[in-house]
Structure formats: structure tokens, C-alpha cells
Design a protein around this ligand. Structure first.
Ligand SMILES: *Cc1c(COP(=O)(O)O)cnc(C)c1O
Length: 557
């Protein structure tokens, strides 16, 4: 056994299929991974005795290349783990398809501003002695077929628990961030004499998925093939579903504390899984990570200590308005310069700029604003607007890829009228540039499919005004006309999906034309007030410091 320094004092293990800690480590695909990274960072700031467990994703979540038509090509983003982490001399094995697969771990240490450290273990099967196939298990995030995914989940769940043991950790809470790591429950059952009550005491489960089809499921054929026709299979049927293995169900059945990631998401989850009791802890973002340099400087001057106590942002009005505006103008210049250099669109510094960046997939409706081009033109006549887009489509998300191409078609169609840029290769760095550099952050997913959403919280941290449908976190963050604007009706209205979309489009165009454009161009003081409110009433609350305080007091202790 290799004893890892301080291991026995780290009580909480945080498991996540993806963790996004820094831009140079492409081990995340989107919101789930960024949230996990922000969780690690806030835990370090707060000095929590936590250790992260994830997979190495050696081939990196991909580099996106777009041709003139917006057709996406994916390239592996090779990176060298040794540049950022240390390979530990520990090894464990997991049984897959009747043979042992060796698992090793890379140690990444996240050092916080408060000089605390949280270790993160990146599990890796590229070990000498493993077959060529097995060496690739930890290569590709969400790559491969169902069998590949289940192998990854065996390594994460079972291998993760064994690795923690091997390193001398004495874990008292296992936090599963989404169902990908639920197999850890099987390992814990074995070592606790199959006592479900004991295991439930040890486990915390957070679900992120508000739709049935979004849950991770495996046919029992695949499960039997990889895990074997033994007592484990019976256990998995008992706790994870008779007809197929549902990883969410498995997590739910083996955890005493279960939560959704926003109040609305809790309601949806309770409807989806009747009989289970959910709590809700609304997501946050790591404030320091998601504030651009210009605003960091400002907060440092007027609100010292804000980074480790984001509640201080509630005092944003101690900063003079003109300094808020200047910091925003600088952040906007950085983005516009970048967009002009990348796309040659000739965007202006003074034009109202709307940003949209996230995973490209159907439910996020990235082309919604183009639904009625004549109304969009009319909006633009009321006061010029320019639009900046970014986002990757998952390699197998055909519709997501088509949506990128559609944006390129609209760029062509509106040429000479509205300046539109699509920035390639959305990642953490570009994300920060965008959430700090636009004036309005647009988010219009189809309800109720956004469990929480976090990019709008990042925007608010930089005084950028949110304009979003009332779903996920925005139901809690939106005070109409004060912290930003809503698109469409509240979720409880009794209307057909078509009617809802009509109201959404009306709001989208009308609020831009009649409320936001006049404020932005003619009543700058009122606009700056919206910016202040975003920081004072959103950023001070929707951060991972508040979120982790909740996890500690409700779930971990
Ligand atoms: C914050 C972030 C996301 C999540 O954005 P949502 O709008 O909440 O879906 C995805 N990708 C990256 C790179 C991010 O920084």
C-alpha cells in the first residue's frame, strides 16, 4: 500500500466522469465537468477535506474545426498529463469481461488562493500488462459504444473506490456527481457485508438530468458480458432496474442523500422517480475563475477578500458606476478584437452585443433568435445589435452539427445587415472571454430540459445582463427588469408547446426592441444599474462557495 500524504484526513470523495480544472487539461465536455472543477476549487478555498476522482481522458475532449459552411470536424486534443500531474506508484485492478484490468492514478493538486490543496485522482488504464483495448478505456470522454462506456464506469466507480483504499484514504462520504460513478455502490456493498443501510449512509447522489432519455442505461446483456453472471448481476438488477441497468436508479437506491441541481429540477426529478425524496442544492460557479481580469482588479480594489467570500459582491454599489462601465468596456474590447481577428467581421465596440455559447444540441435551440428574420431586422433597426456564437456539438450529435451549419447560413443571409460571428473551439478560456465580453447573455433552451445551467451565473459575475427562459437556475435568479429579463412564460402556465414557443419569440424580439435596446442606447444609467444588480443579486449567491456550504451542512455532515 502506498500512503498518500494526509490521505486519512480526507473524508469526502467526489466522483465525476469529467472534471474541468484548467483550459490546458481537456478533460471535460461541458457544464457537468466545469461544475465539478468549480466544486474542487471552492472546496480547496474552504479547506474542505475532499478528494476528487475522475478519468484521465487522455485523448482530450476534442478540438473543433469548422469549415466555411460551418461543418464540424473533430480532432483529438492530445495533451501530456505529466506536464500537470504526477503518476502515483499505486496500482489496483478491476474485473472486466472475466479478466483483470490494471488501473493507475495521476495526482493533480489544486492549490487555492487560500493556500489549501485538494487532490484529484485521474484514473488511467494505459498500464503495461493491459491489453491494447484495455489501455484505451480511459482515452475518450463519452466516446465509443455502450460497452466502452460501461468499462469506463467500472474503472471510475469500482476502480476509484479501490484506488482510494490503496492510497490510505478513510472515506466517510462518497459523492456521485451524476450516475456515471454509481457502480461504486456495488463495491461498497461488497465490503460492507452487503448491508444497504450502511452503504446508503456513505453515499450522496446528485442527478443532473431532467429527461428520461438522458439517463445513463445499459442492457443487462452488456452488463452480464462485462461484469459477469454472478451475484453482482443480481444486486444490480435489484437496485438498478430489472429490465435494464439505470445508473440514476442505482445511485438513488444506494444513497441516503439525493439532490437535484435547482429547485425546479428537484420537482421534475420527483415526478420522474416517484417515491424517492430529493433535496435541491442549486448550482454555482467558482467566482474567481469566472471573473475576467478587469473585474478582478476592480473587486480587489473595492471589495478585498471577495474571491474567497463572494458574498461581499453584495456590496458592489461601493464601486463607482463609471468604473464598472470602464471594466466592462475593456472586457468587451478584448472579445471584439478576438472575434474580428478570428472571423474578420468588423464588429464595433459600441454596438449592443449578444452572446450565446454552450454545447450545440437541439434542446438548447441555438437558432431560436433567427426564427423570424424580419422581426430580427426590425429589432436591429431600433438599435444595432451584433451576435457572437460558440459551441461544440458532440461528435455523434448529428442535429447539433446541423445547427452549427444553420448559424453559418444565417450569417450569410444577414450579411451587410447584422454582424454575426461564430467562434471556433469553445472551451474554458473562450468561455470566460464571452461571458465577460458581451452585453447580453442569451439562453433559450426548451423547458424543462435545463436542469440548472451555469453560464448565465458566470455572465452575471462580470456584470453581463441575462436574458433567458424561465428554467433551471434562472427561475431563482430572475427578478424581471431588475436582475435581467425572462423569455416566455413561467413553467406552470397551461399552454401547448407551440403556444409557449410563440410567447417566447414575442418576448425575445419585443423585449430586445422595446426595453433592452432603448435602455442600452438611451438610458445608460439604467443599463449600468442592471449590471450592478446582476453582481449584487446573482453573483453574490450563485457561486460554488455557497453551494459547498450547503453540501457540507446538508449532505456531508
Ligand atoms: C460554463 C460552461 C458550460 C455550461 O454552460 P451552460 O450554458 O450552463 O450549458 C459549458 N461549456 C463551457 C466551456 C463552460 O465554461
Amino acid at each position: 500500500m502506498v500512503h498518500f500524504m494526509g490521505a486519512k484526513h480526507r473524508k469526502i470523495a467526489y466522483f465525476s466522469m469529467e472534471i474541468g480544472l484548467k483550459n490546458e487539461m481537456p478533460t471535460y465536455s461541458g457544464g457537468l465537468g466545469i461544475l465539478a472543477g468549480d466544486t474542487i476549487k471552492a472546496s480547496a478555498d474552504l479547506g474542505l477535506p475532499l478528494v476528487g476522482v475522475t478519468l484521465l481522458n487522455r485523448r482530450g475532449y476534442f478540438m473543433q474545426e469548422l469549415d466555411e459552411e460551418g461543418t464540424q470536424t473533430e480532432h483529438p486534443q492530445e495533451w501530456s498529463p505529466a506536464d500537470y500531474m504526477e503518476l502515483l506508484p499505486a496500482e489496483v485492478t478491476v474485473l472486466i469481461k472475466g479478466h483483470d484490468v490494471k488501473v493507475q492514478a495521476w495526482l493533480y493538486e489544486h492549490h487555492s488562493l487560500t493556500e489549501e490543496v485538494v487532490p484529484v485522482l485521474f484514473l488511467d488504464t494505459d498500464v503495461e500488462g493491459n491489453s491494447l483495448d484495455d489501455r484505451k478505456i480511459t482515452d475518450s470522454l463519452y466516446g465509443g459504444d455502450r460497452s466502452y462506456r460501461l468499462k469506463q464506469e467500472i474503472v471510475l466507480g469500482v476502480g476509484g473506490v479501490r484506488m482510494l483504499d490503496e492510497l490510505g484514504f478513510k472515506i466517510t462520504k462518497y459523492h456521485m456527481n451524476e450516475g456515471h460513478s454509481s457502480l461504486l455502490g456495488i463495491e461498497l456493498l461488497r465490503r460492507n457485508g452487503m448491508s444497504v443501510d450502511k452503504v446508503k449512509e456513505l453515499c450522496v447522489f446528485t442527478t443532473h438530468t431532467p429527461i428520461e432519455s438522458g439517463h445513463d442505461v445499459f442492457s443487462h446483456d452488456v452488463v452480464a458480458e462485462l461484469i459477469g453472471e454472478n451475484s453482482d448481476l443480481e444486486t444490480l438488477k435489484k437496485y438498478g432496474g430489472e429490465h435494464q441497468l439505470n445508473m440514476t436508479l442505482l445511485g438513488l437506491n444506494l444513497s441516503n442523500y439525493v439532490n437535484g441541481v435547482a429547485k425546479r429540477h428537484r420537482q421534475i426529478s420527483e415526478k420522474m422517480f416517484p417515491g424517492y425524496k430529493f433535496s435541491s442544492i442549486t448550482n454555482g460557479v467558482h467566482s474567481y475563475t469566472w471573473v475576467c481580469q478587469h473585474f478582478r482588479d476592480l473587486y480587489d480594489t473595492y471589495l478585498p477578500g471577495w474571491a474567497n467570500e463572494p458574498e461581499l459582491l453584495v456590496r458592489v454599489r461601493s464601486i463607482p458606476d463609471n468604473e464598472i462601465w470602464d471594466a466592462h468596456k475593456r472586457a468587451k474590447k478584448d472579445l471584439i478584437d478576438y472575434a474580428n481577428a478570428e472571423c474578420g467581421v468588423g464588429m464595433n465596440y459600441d454596438t449592443l452585443t449578444i452572446g450565446f455559447a454552450r454545447r450545440f444540441t437541439e434542446y438548447k435551440r441555438p437558432t431560436l433568435i433567427f426564427s423570424d428574420l424580419d422581426r430580427l431586422r426590425k429589432v436591429n433597426e431600433a438599435g444595432n445589435i451584433q451576435l457572437i456564437f460558440a459551441g461544440k456539438a458532440h461528435p455523434r450529435d448529428i442535429m447539433g452539427k446541423v445547427l452549427i451549419e444553420r448559424i453559418f447560413e444565417y450569417i450569410d443571409e444577414l450579411k451587410g445587415e447584422i454582424k454575426i460571428a461564430f467562434l471556433e473551439n469553445y472551451n474554458m478560456e473562450l468561455g470566460l472571454k464571452m461571458v465577460s465580453g458581451v452585453d447580453i447573455w442569451l439562453n433559450n433552451p426548451k423547458k424543462p430540459l435545463e436542469a440548472s445551467g451555469t453560464s448565465g451565473m458566470k455572465a452575471a459575475h462580470n456584470g453581463v445582463v441575462n436574458f433567458s427562459v424561465l428554467d433551471g437556475w434562472w427561475l431563482e435568479g430572475c427578478v424581471e427588469g431588475v436582475t435581467g429579463y425572462s423569455i416566455g412564460p413561467k413553467p406552470e402556465v397551461d399552454k401547448s408547446p407551440e403556444q409557449v414557443e410563440m410567447i417566447e419569440l414575442d418576448d425575445l424580439y419585443n423585449k430586445l426592441e422595446y426595453i433592452m435596446i432603448p435602455k442600452y442606447y438611451c438610458r445608460k444609467d439604467e443599463w449600468i444599474s442592471l449590471m450592478n444588480n446582476s453582481i449584487e443579486m446573482i453573483a453574490y449567491y450563485f457561486n460554488t462557495h455557497r453551494m459547498m456550504h450547503r453540501y457540507v451542512t446538508e449532505a456531508y455532515l
